[in-house]
Design a protein around this ligand. Structure first.
Ligand code: APR
Length: 282
């Protein structure tokens, strides 16, 4: 017999909540894209080597580091961009997009992922809030404008290894089209604060309050806004279900709560079964 990912108890909780009218939201992290070959941040491939020193993403992905050595920070991001450019949506992304079709108006996706995989035709999500930015774009590091600029396609398409340097011509392509200063990747760095304009801070906190059923998928729970999203949903008696093959900060918190549930599974397995549960309930 096929092994079920969701226990009968959790399935019944989901079915009960689906009968209501509150939002059904998904908060996702790097684990969703792991099966597309994009390294997670806190997994063993997340580090970056510069010279003889190893940096964690928490060290290299900072405004502080950009101010000291913008070339090295761009090199790390261009390497990540080249990995994302090669990556294809996996079953988890595709199932999530099917779930959105099943739950029009109620579905909201809050994504920490900057890889662009929610925007491919087969995994397209319409109602998505990117709370950590979007690697398809850059913006002026001097903030002459808040405008986002597409990263020039020749930079995106170039295959890079961890050793690939940035050429002089590429540095020129990374200048702000408006004022000619350096650009920066359009992502939230570890030493920066969330805001509404670029990262939808207030909007997602509001969504969380209106959410009856929140699925937290493939995230370690180490960042601030996701923690606040979960807290807001729990405070309004919403149900939160953590889906992750590993223990994480959310699972540790949720296991102690009566409206918290934990499902130990990969995102693709869990979302496939969840899509079937939702489809049957309609
Ligand atoms: N399915 C589901 N979850 C998975 C899978 C999978 N196939 N593979 C790994 N995971 C889980 C890991 O167990 C871990 O809990 O994905 C999580 C990845 O955690 P992180 O690397 O910390 O990524 P994330 O939580 O998205 O990081 C949050 O921090 O680095 C910053 O801005 C960056 O958006 C990122 C944020």
């Amino acid at each position: 017999m096929e092994k079920k990912i969701f226990s009968e108890e959790i399935k019944n909780v989901i079915l009960e909540k689906l009968k209501g009218e509150r939002k059904v939201s998904f908060l996702v992290g790097a684990g969703l894209s792991a099966e597309s070959g994009i390294p997670t941040f806190r997994g063993k491939h997340g580090f970056w080597t510069s010279g003889s020193k190893n940096y964690t993403p928490q060290e290299i992905g900072t405004k502080r580091m950009f101010d000291i050595n913008s070339n090295e920070v761009w090199r790390w991001f261009l390497y990540r961009i080249s990995i994302c450019n090669e990556a294809k949506p996996n079953l988890g992304h595709i199932e999530l997009s099917k779930i959105e079709q099943l739950l029009p108006f109620r579905f909201h996706l809050i994504s920490q992922n900057v890889d662009g995989l929610h925007f491919e035709p087969e995994s397209l999500i319409n109602t998505v809030y990117l709370i950590h930015g979007d690697l398809r774009f850059m913006r002026c590091s001097e903030e002459c404008t808040k405008q986002l600029f597409k990263i020039p396609q020749e930079l995106v398409d170039k295959k890079r290894t961890r050793e690939t340097p940035i050429t002089f011509e590429e540095t020129e392509l990374l200048k702000c089209p408006n004022c000619n200063s350096e650009t920066r990747p359009h992502v939230l760095w570890f030493d920066e604060l969330y805001n509404e304009y670029h990262y939808h801070l207030d909007t997602v906190l509001r969504i969380a309050k209106k959410t009856g059923l929140l699925f937290v998928i493939g995230t370690s729970g180490a960042t601030n806004l996701p923690q606040r999203v979960v807290r807001n949903t729990l405070k309004r008696q919403g149900i939160v279900i953590d889906i992750n093959p590993n223990e994480n900060l959310f699972s540790k918190k949720l296991e102690k709560l009566k409206n918290g549930y934990i499902v130990k599974a990969t995102s693709s397995d869990a979302l496939t079964e969840l899509r079937k549960i939702i489809a049957q309930s309609l």
